[in-house]
Design a protein around this ligand. Structure first.
Ligand code: IDP
Ligand code: MG
Length: 150
């Protein structure tokens, strides 16, 4: 099923110069970018994005991490894009993430795990609407699309 998912390269990905490496993996998989924005997240927006974790012991540290520098927020579209993106990311704790995944290959610790991806259709919709206006999201096809999906 064609899906849209929200993806964010967290401040450590930006600071470590890994934007190109990670974007390259998502592009090479065959997903299509619909929106890409480089921004600094206000504290309120970070808290809203991670509202489900409010009250947990790591919450304050998480908000500090997410607001510590610029991030790259994106909408990607593709076949089963939500689950596919989660699979490419790997487990939340990079120590448990399989080699070949972004977190497994490139990260060490849960608190510095490089990337966020929506975990289901509802959160994808909610997160896309939280970070993007409709006019920022492009509908387009790539000439290479038929080489991924016949
Ligand atoms: P996810 O990013 O794989 O969906 P979640 O459980 O939704 O994982 O947690 C959101 C984010 O909060 C994680 O990606 C990580 O950055 C941070 N986080 C989760 N658990 C911990 C923890 O135990 N210590 C520090 N940070 C955590
Ligand atoms: Mg999550």
């Amino acid at each position: 099923m064609m899906e849209r998912t929200f993806v964010m390269l967290k401040p450590d990905a930006v600071q470590r110069g890994l934007m190109g490496e990670i974007l390259g993996r998502i592009e090479a998989k065959g997903h299509r970018p619909l929106a890409i924005k480089f921004m600094r997240i206000p504290k309120e927006l970070a808290e809203c994005h991670y509202a489900e974790h409010k009250g947990k012991p790591f919450f304050n540290g998480l908000i500090e991490y997410m607001t510590s520098g610029p991030v790259l927020v994106m909408v990607w579209e593709g076949e089963n894009a939500i689950a596919s993106m989660r699979a490419m990311m790997g487990a939340t704790n990079p120590q448990n993430a399989a080699m070949g995944t972004i977190r497994g290959d490139l990260a060490q610790q849960t608190g510095r795990n490089l990337i966020h991806g929506s975990d289901g259709p509802e959160s994808a919709k909610r997160e896309i609407e939280l970070f993007f206006n409709d006019y920022e999201i492009l509908s387009w096809k790539r000439t290479s699309d038929p080489w991924f999906l016949e």
